[in-house]
Design a protein around this ligand. Structure first.
Ligand SMILES: Cc1cc2nc3c(=O)[nH]c(=O)nc-3n(C[C@H](O)[C@H](O)[C@H](O)COP(=O)(O)OP(=O)(O)OC[C@H]3O[C@@H](n4cnc5c(N)ncnc54)[C@H](O)[C@@H]3O)c2cc1C
Length: 488
């Protein structure tokens, strides 16, 4: 069965700033209209803006291809596989009728986007000749090359791409449930329901910003607490984005607060240049106190007290041979009172994966998809590949990384199908647009080796309006019209 060209459900597709393009617009034209063609030429082999990266690997072979997950990774994989494998039988298992551009939740909190800006029908991205099962995988059976859906349907495959993303665990914090978000001065920009297409986190955080401003205007400086957990999280920069945007929201109104950033990490950022720059950013605002190695474990929402497990070092005996002191780690409980709190939930892989043979079976990555950190091929099941946040690899839980996974996972899948060696390698590319104020972003781009700026002659640690404008105005249309179409 030859595939048809993707039919978009709307005759005209709105692009940036009200410009419209006819259905069937070429990728080159779309890039030109978004002004990235030039930028792409500028950055040469750099990952983030690489324009001429459409999938070149193709195969005429017939195979049953299964994609699990209909978010960023699943849809990007689908677009690329659909155009590269004209004779394949492609099935996608994705429960979500609506597709959310999740990075936009931060701009919703900032009052610059609404839900309409970040939501589209998934049907726009799923070609008619693809078998779309609107359900979730309840169990994976990689030994028999099949999955079973919640409805009990067994779906066999020759090759599978797993792109099930991440699951929030608000309830791992004692005393907290998802229902508390948006009440009692508690916010969490992350909150969304991908199956239902809601982004409550963006909405409630906007209200929270305004309530905070009102409280600060009433005379007494509020204490505002921001947390970041001890699990891997998607978009690791989001906890600090909310800290700086909310502080700037007050600053612009000549108001201040006692800000407390309590994170399980030992630093603001793992790359020294970015860390230094963030410390300078913090000096611009009213007092920000950092509490490192603090993991939120419980909350008393009524009395507004958050309990953290703090990990700290204890100096022991002096070792004459090593000529240094023994250092051991200990833990203690710390209570912090707050007036307002922004919570980033602990996160983990979907349960179906944890329960399967596909996750790492032990170690710190237990339950996350056990793929090779370069080829994105499963380490024990070579007909399985990973895309996006679910991958149990050291870096890459961002939409930008997921975009990079696309040509790599799909290219290697096609090589495997063709019986050829896997040539594509993921370098760990991760991008973190750290919003340091309204109008400025540090575009932190890094990979397994360290900093990896797209535009090498711009200091990557410097907050810039350029990156703010790029993130606010260009990334979203690039996501909808290029990335999800597999063009970029
Ligand atoms: C507040 C916020 C801010 C962010 N900011 C940025 C940013 O600035 N830059 C950036 O690059 N990234 C950012 N991200 C991260 C980015 O959105 C994710 O990294 C990206 O969406 C990952 O794609 P994914 O396909 O792995 O997961 P998702 O896009 O989350 O999609 C996973 C899909 O799998 C489905 N699914 C789950 N379990 C199953 C199952 N068992 N069977 C079938 N389907 C299943 C889900 O319903 C979902 O549709 C942000 C995210 C949030 C929430």
């Amino acid at each position: 069965m030859k595939h048809k060209k993707i039919e978009h459900s709307k005759p005209l597709v709105e692009l940036l700033h009200g410009e419209a393009i006819e259905e069937g617009i070429s990728r080159r034209t779309a890039l030109k209209m978004m002004g990235v063609g030039g930028a792409a030429t500028l950055v040469g082999s750099s990952p983030f803006l690489q324009a001429d990266e459409a999938p070149t690997a193709k195969s005429e072979k017939n195979a049953k291809i299964l994609i699990v997950g209909g978010g960023a990774g699943g849809i990007m994989a689908l677009a690329r596989l659909h155009s590269a494998l004209p004779n394949a039988d492609i099935t996608i298992i994705a429960p979500n009728e609506t597709h959310l551009y999740q990075p936009g939740q931060v701009f919703m909190a900032a009052g610059l986007y609404t839900l309409d800006d970040i939501a589209k029908e998934n049907r726009e991205f799923i070609p008619e000749d693809v078998n779309w099962i609107k359900d979730e995988v309840a169990s994976f059976d990689p030994d028999n090359n099949k999955v079973t859906t919640r409805a009990g349907v067994e779906v066999p495959y020759d090759y599978m791409v797993v792109a099930t993303g991440i699951v929030y665990h608000y309830d791992w914090i004692k005393g907290l449930s998802e229902e508390d978000i948006g009440k009692n001065s508690i916010s969490s920009v992350y909150l969304n329901n991908l199956e239902k297409g809601t982004a409550k986190g963006g909405e409630v955080t906007l209200h929270w910003f305004n309530a905070l401003k009102e409280a600060a205007a009433s005379g007494k400086k509020p204490t505002v607490l921001y947390t970041s957990p001890n699990t891997p999280i998607k978009c690791g920069g989001a906890p600090q984005k909310i800290l700086y945007l909310s502080a700037d929201h007050l600053k612009k109104n000549d108001l201040g607060a006692n800000y407390i950033y309590a994170t399980d990490s030992a630093k603001l950022f793992h790359i020294p240049e970015i860390e230094k720059s963030l410390l300078e950013v913090q000096n611009k605002y009213d007092t920000i106190t950092n509490h490192f190695r603090h993991n939120l474990i419980a909350i008393d929402t009524k009395n507004k007290v958050a309990t953290f497990e703090e990990t700290y070092e204890v100096k022991g005996e002096y070792d004459e041979d090593l000529e240094e002191y023994d250092i051991s780690e200990e833990k203690r409980m710390v209570d912090i009172s707050y007036d307002f709190i922004h919570i980033v939930p602990p996160m983990g892989p979907p349960q179906a994966l944890v329960d399967s043979q596909l996750g790492w079976q032990k170690g710190t990555a237990k339950g996350w998809l056990e793929v090779d950190q370069e080829t994105l091929q499963h380490r024990r099941y070579p007909n399985v590949f990973g895309m996006g946040d679910v991958c149990g690899i050291p870096l890459g839980k961002t939409g930008g990384s997921t975009r990079h996974h696309g040509p790599i996972a799909v290219g290697n899948l096609i090589s495997a199908l063709e019986g050829k060696p896997l040539m594509e390698k993921f370098d760990g590319y991760t991008v973190c647009p750290l919003k340091t104020e309204y109008g400025e972003i540090i575009m932190a781009e890094f990979n397994y080796k360290g900093l990896a700026p797209t535009v090498p002659f711009l200091d990557p640690a410097k907050p810039r309006f350029l990156w703010w404008a790029f993130d606010l105005y260009q990334l979203k249309p690039m996501y909808w019209y290029l990335m999800l179409r597999g063009w970029f």
